[in-house]
Design a binder for this molecule. Structure first.
Ligand code: S3P
Length: 452
């Protein structure tokens, strides 16, 4: 969705403070899905009140689930049980969210009613065969467009049948889609991942009392037809949102910022590993758990960075953080090489192209490759005008470049920052950045009473 919100980030000196970024997007989506399908009332704290998760919340309201909130990060979900959803009678609009659409495809496939899912222009151009194909082999009836994109039309089929599926791509969305369909399948559903990807679905299913087996690393299975029992969920702050501040504090001299209550699930901490390889000064303090998820306070101080060859085994563990990592690489002495990250081309935008284009505008020597990029860093950034391509993470990454820029950076088409990080500009400005929002700000929710 293109609209008129632009950011103008003026050169800034440093990031400091003690902050709490909003709740984890992946966990917030899943809390609504599983809470809706559980027996009983689920209470969520720290819910991400961003457009993506609200689209999922609204989809379940449309299917008859009573959900209170979000109110300061609190949501109360009156679960209807695995068999209690109602025919939505209209298309479910998943907005900008690939996670929403792909996970819901698994759930919708097992219902007794038909459904259709749509989204914004970005989501309607993203690949959906990756979920349609395995679901069809479970007995689902699913149609996409000829090019494999949404709208996705699902004819309800019950029950599905369990499958054994080796994921062709390291994707938590595909894994989760199949496991969620597996709740509605006869027998056992088993997925095998080619590389570790986020395991929030498995963890949360267990929190709802649903058994998920993990007989060996990378293999997950469950048996369909059981019930979920309501629980309490404390959503950690999103490491993917914290990542912008980790990069900002690393590249700007005299920075010292502490990010509270950040989710540090090892399937998500690739950003910390990559930044540390580059020489970043990051300490993980106060490690604890929130519900079923590990959390910690993350302190980041500025440090001279050096270019690195990013180990391919870290790619799936930092998959959403590469736009921010490219900013760090541009400030790192020497060459940074990323390979094995072709998936970046089918995120909310083609993130390889969008980042390389923007970096070039700012005077950085960056070259795209089919599955990554090569960046010669060390010089910082000039001023310029960047196209975010409507991609929240591209927009927020280029804001951080203003900590090492010689002039203003204008970033176009930033409304979708609200999909994952409501009040990003407010929090960033309070931490030392200098961002003007030009145009009508979109959704401006009240920041929640986060558990941090
Ligand atoms: C997500 C999985 C990842 C990630 C996305 C959130 C999830 O997508 O990029 O932002 O919540 O499962 P893929 O599974 O397509 O890699």
């Amino acid at each position: 969705m293109s609209n008129q919100v632009n950011f103008i980030a003026s050169p800034a000196q440093r990031l400091t403070g003690d902050i709490c970024v909003p709740g984890d997007k992946s966990i917030s989506h899943r809390s609504i899905m599983l809470g809706s399908l559980a027996d009983g009332t689920t209470r969520v704290r720290g819910f991400l009140d961003g457009k993506d998760c609200l689209a999922t919340l609204n989809a379940f309201r449309t299917m008859g689930v009573k959900i209170e909130g979000p109110d300061n990060g609190r949501v109360v979900i009156h679960g209807v049980g695995t068999d209690g959803l109602k025919d939505p009678a209209r298309a479910l609009d998943m907005g900008n969210s690939g996670t929403g659409m792909r996970l819901m495809a698994g759930l919708m496939a097992g219902q007794s009613f038909d459904s259709v899912m749509v989204g914004d222009d970005s989501l309607m151009s993203r690949p959906m065969r990756r979920v349609a194909k395995p679901l069809v082999s479970m007995g689902a009836n699913i149609a996409t467009t000829e090019t494999g994109t949404a709208p996705i039309a699902i004819t309800g089929s019950t029950p599905l049948r369990g499958i054994d599926y080796k994921l062709p791509i390291a994707s938590a969305q595909i894994k989760s889609c199949i496991l969620l369909a597996g709740l509605y399948a006869k027998g056992k559903t088993r997925v095998i991942e080619p590389a570790p990807v986020r395991d929030h679905t498995e963890k949360m299913l267990r929190s709802f009392g649903y058994e998920v087996n993990n007989p060996q690393p990378g293999v997950f299975s469950l048996t369909g037809g059981k019930r979920l029992s309501a629980t309490e969920i404390n959503v950690p702050a999103d490491i993917s949102s914290a990542a912008f501040f980790m990069v900002g504090a690393s590249i700007a001299e005299n920075s010292d910022i502490t990010l509270r209550h950040v989710g540090v699930n090892p399937t998500r901490t690739g950003i910390i590993n990559v930044l540390r390889l580059m020489g970043a000064d990051i300490s993980i303090e106060n490690e604890r758990t929130a519900g079923n998820e590990p959390v910690a306070d993350v302190r980041v101080r500025s440090a001279p960075l050096k270019g690195v060859h990013i180990p391919e085994k870290l790619v799936s563990l930092a998959i959403d953080e590469f736009p921010a990592i490219f900013i760090a690489a541009s400030c790192a002495e020497g060459e940074t090489v990323l390979a094995g990250a072709r998936e970046l081309r089918v995120k909310e935008s083609d993130r390889i192209q969008a980042m390389v284009n923007g970096l070039k505008v700012l005077g950085v020597n960056a070259r795209p490759a089919q599955d990554g990029a090569v960046i010669q860093g060390g010089e910082g950034f000039s001023s310029g005008m960047i196209e975010s391509c409507g991609d929240h993470r591209i927009a927020m990454s280029f804001v951080m470049a203003s900590l090492r820029a010689s002039g203003d950076i204008t970033i176009n088409d930033c409304a979708n920052v609200d999909t994952s990080f409501p009040d990003f500009t407010g929090l960033a400005n309070r931490s030392g950045l200098s961002i003007d929002v030009d145009g009508k700000p979109g959704h401006q929710p009240v920041m929640g009473d986060h558990p941090c």
